[in-house]
Design a protein around this ligand. Sequence first.
Ligand SMILES: Cc1cc2nc3c(=O)[nH]c(=O)nc-3n(C[C@H](O)[C@H](O)[C@H](O)COP(=O)(O)OP(=O)(O)OC[C@H]3O[C@@H](n4cnc5c(N)ncnc54)[C@H](O)[C@@H]3O)c2cc1C
Length: 382
Amino acid sequence: MIVVGGGVAGVAAAVAAARNGAKTLLMEKQVVLGGLATIGLISWYEPLCDGKGTQMVTGIAEELIKLSVKYGFDRLPEKWGGEGKYAACNERYSTHFSPGIFALAMLEYLEENGVSLRLDTLATYPDVENGVCKGILVETVGGREYFPAKMVVDATGDACICDRAGIPTELGNNYFSYITHEIDREGAKELAETGDFRTARKWKNAGSDLFGNGNPEGKGFIQVISADDVTEYMIWGGKQVLKRLKSEDKDSRDVMSIPLMPQFRKIRRIVGEAEFDGSEDGIVIEDSVGVFGDFRKAGRHFQLPYASLYNRKVGNLFAGGRIISAKDDGWELTRVIPVAALSGEAAGTAAALCVKEKCSNHMLDRKKLQEALHVSGVKTQF
Ligand SMILES: Cc1cc2nc3c(=O)[nH]c(=O)nc-3n(C[C@H](O)[C@H](O)[C@H](O)COP(=O)(O)OP(=O)(O)OC[C@H]3O[C@@H](n4cnc5c(N)ncnc54)[C@H](O)[C@@H]3O)c2cc1C
């Protein structure tokens, strides 16, 4: 089977599929894994807990949070398995991580789990006939290629495969954000004094936070319809940073990294068999494939419906990550790293079971899927 997109969701989907017996190929258009979490510089893993001391998200999403700090200087909070003098950086089960180190660790993780990887491989079109995706067309440095597939997981962050396969999709609204990673004299001094590298790496946002605070005047929401929108966004962000840099002492700081992919929060999502809308706080869902909290507010509990991962129009295609069928506040809740990994794992597991059972997405036995997720440590009920 094929997983398109090597962000956290795609990595989780591919590992889950391979562990469940599917011969799995992960294709990624960039040459680095991790998507927004790494080359997009979003190096803060939102919490796996509910903010009241109970762990919600488990399974591969938890393996990934551990992996994100395994070889770097960041630490998990003491309560959640951290150690040493950097412990307890936050009460919630969340952490900063080094994007570069996390990306390298994911390469090793894929290899250990038997996933085949194809970098620099842009999936262009799904080959769909009579509701079945028979393969994926790609463009690479070697030209056009075709990969046949029994099952496909779209984890592209923009649902381009599902969209081009004829599945209904919706566009998201985005504020302008442009986050860079920087170092300055004060941070370097603190690092020299304390030995703590975390004091040296600084997030700087030239635009808006997730609530719209800081959105440039006169600019409303941006939707991503064409490369022109992406270009406008990247030029706008770059200009803001350059304007600030010009006003600073040029010997006082360095920009360690600019974002290497556009930092849109919500590009496009599928309209699946169920639409999770965020009003389901505390509600038990029969076909739940995982539980999670609200990264913004303590004490909320949600279950992710299996039916938000597909649309039966194409029986062997799943969505994972920030493109699943979640609308309104549901999209906000499900797009963050831990929940993207959770839905990725669910999509990959379901796809592998569909191969085994020779069935299409809507025919899969929910109980069998939940059992497989439990084996991987995923909690599907509160
Ligand atoms: C400004 C901003 C701040 C955020 N802050 C946080 C935060 O603090 N904490 C948090 O947990 N989350 C945060 N998020 C959300 C989070 O970073 C992402 O939603 C999450 O990382 C999405 O993961 P994903 O794997 O679903 O998608 P992506 O990370 O977008 O991965 C998709 C991958 O697919 C690849 N791809 C796309 N199209 C193709 C194709 N056609 N062929 C091959 N490969 C393809 C891409 O290159 C990419 O690697 C933030 C997001 C933004 C934009």
